[in-house]
Design a protein around this ligand. Structure first.
Ligand code: FCB
Length: 448
């Protein structure tokens, strides 16, 4: 097995965060209200009634956080812009004070020798756009492209590459189909237009970014799908799940078509609830992608459906360690997923960056479980690169403990522990381990 430093010479080391999960300062400098501000006010929506009102107070403490990143020796910092800081209601002219914050952050990162890798949308839609239908409404895609242009006009001179969307699958399913994330709508398959409108938003924004000479990525949550058995009904169910989770959000980008959704009673040429119009798929796939961001946490095991409604049931992944979140730990799922992408998309597959990977632990500073999780996943990743799969970088989730959506502050993903009462940051053991790994990789490659 290749050792974990056996990654390509130019391999870029990073860490990820997202605006609503760390910034706080929800009423500062003209920021508008987002769907997460609204969702957190719903009784029972978020564990323990937690909200992102203060989160890690990164809006004020960012210099301290950039200093931590410098100490880590990061090449890349993946963060997201809050759309409502840039356009408080999701339309109209830019709010200069909101953009000033990202301007300072970008300059601070560059001064620290770190390349900023911003995501334009990490789930915090302006509430004003949700009031008009959110991602069920086609116009939201056009509003997103306008926002992308405003952001790139201000920051693009220093930001070479942009991620349009984070995990459109999770946003559609949790936010619109099941209602366990903002905006809290439980529409089941009627949520599908939210898939198409997010992808259209990606395509329209990509054109704006490209017109400004910037590179374009998207960060998809992808999972290797394992059938519960070789029984034909389990195989068919696994295929149906793979289609919804992985292919629905990647085929249109790389192949210019939607997969067959016949298993869902929609197909073979799905129009995603009537959302797809002539020319849309050309737009979504046209500019190509400069990189595919892959967020990998675990594989998914799927069996034949046990109840009517969906063509699959999720089955437990047994016999493996589990994280504090109770997610199965399966490092070899990462190369398994990357091989599937290579086999499925061939020459159409752009270079990959792992844009999220990590685990939650309890609050302890001695987080051996995290170090083991990261080390084994990096070993597995090195295996994939040794097989010739083009992986350019790795961003761990996450730099800091933060607001973990519906789980509030109960799941800690940080290399850095945050005391949410005092906002004190304390690097965990995994922080020192990651810092040393980055330094060792650099040193071992310096002579090549
Ligand atoms: C991903 C999200 C990220 C974080 C991690 C744990 O699905 O993109 O914001 O919540 O999971």
């Amino acid at each position: 097995m290749p050792d974990r430093y056996d990654l390509p010479a130019g391999f870029r080391w990073g860490a990820s965060t997202a605006a609503y999960q760390i910034e706080g300062a929800v009423d500062e400098d003209g920021r508008g209200r987002s769907i997460w501000d609204a969702f957190c006010e719903r009784p029972g929506a978020v564990k323990d009634g937690d909200t992102g009102r203060t989160a890690c107070d990164h809006y004020r403490r960012w210099p301290e956080d950039v200093a931590l990143m410098r100490e880590l020796g990061l090449d890349t910092y993946r963060f997201s812009l809050a759309w409502t800081r840039v356009q408080p209601t999701g339309r109209g002219p830019a709010n200069p004070a909101g953009l000033d914050f990202y301007d300072r952050l970008v300059d601070g990162l560059l001064e620290a020798g770190i390349t900023p890798l911003p995501t334009l949308f990490h789930w915090d839609l302006p509430q004003a756009l949700e009031d008009e239908g959110g991602w069920l409404h086609r116009d939201t895609a056009h509003r997103f492209a306008e926002y992308a242009a405003l952001a790139a006009d201000r920051l693009g001179d220093r930001v070479p590459a942009w991620i349009t969307l984070n995990e459109p699958f999770v946003h559609m399913v949790y936010g619109y189909a099941l209602g366990i994330h903002a905006p809290g709508r439980a529409l089941m398959l009627d949520a599908l237009p939210a898939a198409h409108h997010q992808l259209l938003a990606h395509g329209l924004a990509a054109a704006e970014l490209r017109a400004r000479g910037r590179e374009v990525l998207i960060a998809n949550n992808l999972t290797p799908v394992r059938p519960a058995s070789d029984a034909p009904a389990d195989l068919a169910a696994a295929d149906a799940y793979d289609t919804l989770h992985n292919r629905l959000f990647t085929d249109p980008l790389l192949l210019g078509r939607y997969p067959d959704l016949t298993a869902y009673g929609l197909g073979p040429d799905p129009d995603l609830g009537g959302a797809v119009r002539d020319g849309d798929l050309a737009l979504i796939s046209a500019p190509g992608l400069d990189g595919l961001g892959v967020n990998y946490y675990n594989p998914t095991r799927i069996a034949a459906p046990t109840e009517p409604g969906l063509p699959f049931t999720e089955a437990p992944v047994d016999g493996v360690p589990r994280t504090h979140f109770d997610w199965p730990v399966v490092p070899e799922g990462l190369p398994e997923l990357l091989r599937t992408l290579r086999d499925r998309y061939g020459a159409a597959l752009p270079p990959i960056t792992v844009t999220e990977n990590g685990c939650s632990t309890d609050a302890a500073l001695d987080d051996t479980a995290r170090t083991t999780y990261l080390a084994t996943h990096l070993d597995a990743l090195a295996q994939a690169t040794a097989e010739g799969i083009d992986v350019r970088g790795y961003c761990t989730w996450s730099l800091l403990d933060n607001f973990e959506w519906a789980e509030g502050y109960s799941q800690r993903f940080g290399l850095v522990h945050v005391d949410f009462a005092t906002q004190r940051r304390t690097p965990r053991a995994s922080f020192a381990w990651y810092r040393d790994l980055i330094a060792a990789h650099r040193a071992s490659r310096a002579g090549e």
